[in-house]
Design a protein around this ligand. Sequence first.
Ligand SMILES: NC(=O)c1ccc[n+]([C@@H]2O[C@H](COP(=O)([O-])OP(=O)(O)OC[C@H]3O[C@@H](n4cnc5c(N)ncnc54)[C@H](O)[C@@H]3O)[C@@H](O)[C@H]2O)c1
Ligand SMILES: [Zn+2]
Ligand SMILES: [Zn+2]
Length: 377
Amino acid sequence: MKAVVFKAPFELAIEEVADPRIEGPLDAVIGITTANICGSDLHPYEGRAELDAGMVLGHENMGIVEEVGSAVNRIKVGDRVSVPFNLACGTCRNCNNGYTSACLRANPSGQPGAGYGYPKMGPYWGGQAELLRVPWADFNLLELPQGTEHENDFTMLSDILPTGYHGAEMALVTPGKSVAVFGAGPVGLMAAHSAFLKGAAQVFVVDKEPDRLALATEIGATAINFADTDPTEAILEGTDGFGADCGIEAVGYQAHDHTGQEHPEMVLDNLVKVVRATGHIGVVGVYVPEDPGAANDLAKEGRVAFNYGEAFTKGISIAGGQCPVKKYNRELRDLIIRGKSAPSWIVSHQVGLDEAVEAYDKFDKRIDGYTKVLLKP
Ligand SMILES: NC(=O)c1ccc[n+]([C@@H]2O[C@H](COP(=O)([O-])OP(=O)(O)OC[C@H]3O[C@@H](n4cnc5c(N)ncnc54)[C@H](O)[C@@H]3O)[C@@H](O)[C@H]2O)c1
Ligand SMILES: [Zn+2]
Ligand SMILES: [Zn+2]
């Protein structure tokens, strides 16, 4: 099959590789109809998370089941399915508690949590390819209505829609709350959308990319461009000096100022400033335990020196981590089916696999309005 293969930082190739096949009785092989490029893919792409050469990229996958193992009995050949980015066994302690993001069995390294085509998440090839092998298929796959309707909405169910929702969930967004979202990338935009789904009265979205901020405005959020406005002042002013009830971090460890200089603690500091005393922060932007390319020595060891003292004094709760996609994807699917959610509003480009190398380059440089790129193998 044809696949997007990681070679080295900033070097991908579209290559013929061996077709994935059923390796165990609980496996399925799906034919990919849509696979997205994610901000998380840029971490290995930029060499800021080490990945072995030869890995097929892609953890945001959906498609049609082509083959199932002998013990798969819920999922059938021909089913249209969404594949959560967390790859989980379904029977370990963490899976049983709903934390498929920390499955204790799926990652052979012993680290909790596994995924497709991603550093330290196990040997599993990703789905930026024609075919994908899905272990524990009955547990992992989410059925979708047959046909092709809502394809570009359903494709957000594998990662960014549940992840944005998880940010809103951890920030304890409930009806009437004010919410400050940092980052207007796909995840931040999904977090803003999720905050509205949960009934937020007011949502601020902070970034410096005008095209991304315009997408936030389209759903009724207040866009703040940190290149020309101090976002903390703007949010405090917008909440009559009180601060936002909830804050969502959707940027991660490569947070930077308007000149591009990285400050890993910058967004956490800003959130601690703008969230009111006894408010809540949900962190879905990724922070890593080691980052040799980091801006300072502390961050190289995963230590991010943000203002925890102020956060504690204000009694702010902070939660974070990978999204356990299965906790939310069924209900979010039904919101799409019933017309209450249409996350495809952020799709900027759809290209074939042959154009993936160029699409990565442009998405990485955030040029030409490259917000969310869908690959159609
Ligand atoms: N927790 C999870 O399960 C999960 C899942 C998917 C993605 N992620 C992570 O979420 C983060 C966002 O993903 P994405 O796909 O939207 O990435 P992205 O890189 O496309 O978007 C990040 C945005 O943050 C903006 N930004 C940078 N510095 C900023 C600052 N100081 N203030 C405000 N905005 C700033 C950038 O301009 C960019 O638009 C990444 O760290 C990604 O790895 C986490
Ligand atoms: Zn992703
Ligand atoms: Zn498990």
